[in-house]
Design a protein around this ligand. Sequence first.
Ligand SMILES: NC(=O)c1ccc[n+]([C@@H]2O[C@H](COP(=O)([O-])OP(=O)(O)OC[C@H]3O[C@@H](n4cnc5c(N)ncnc54)[C@H](OP(=O)(O)O)[C@@H]3O)[C@@H](O)[C@H]2O)c1
Length: 120
Amino acid sequence: MVNQIRLCPGDAKDEVVKTSRAGNMLIEAYSPFGGSGGENILASPFLETLSKKYGRTASQICVRWCLQKDFLPPPKSASAEHIAANIKVFDFEITEEDMRTLDGLPGYSDPFPHPDYITW
Ligand SMILES: NC(=O)c1ccc[n+]([C@@H]2O[C@H](COP(=O)([O-])OP(=O)(O)OC[C@H]3O[C@@H](n4cnc5c(N)ncnc54)[C@H](OP(=O)(O)O)[C@@H]3O)[C@@H](O)[C@H]2O)c1
């Protein structure tokens, strides 16, 4: 089984991830860059810092963050250049400290209402 949910740096959804894994589900991280229309995190200053530190693009940092968290990321791009770049993520590793900072990156939480609090 797969649970496809929005996951990106700043939106790690620990509780739903933990619960899904307890049910033996693969976690698929949709909008791993925050999404096309809204809060695209690729311009985040912290991502820019990590880009310089690791010599990788912000998109590669996001995809790598997903992989190190055991999420399956389906990044979307209409650009052949971006698609090629987005899969070059298997020859570097983000430190645990940077992973934790990415988990809690402020300003990129889920823009959609929590299902428990929607007023139907
Ligand atoms: N289950 C659901 O409810 C749900 C909801 C939303 C999305 N999804 C799925 O999740 C997938 C991805 O989500 P998404 O499209 O919302 O967001 P996303 O993958 O987080 O972001 C896509 C945006 O990132 C840009 N981008 C991609 N690679 C880049 C790169 N290397 N450098 C710079 N910009 C780059 C793309 O522009 P370019 O085209 O210019 O590269 C596009 O504007 C899609 O396949 C979608 O179907 C599922």
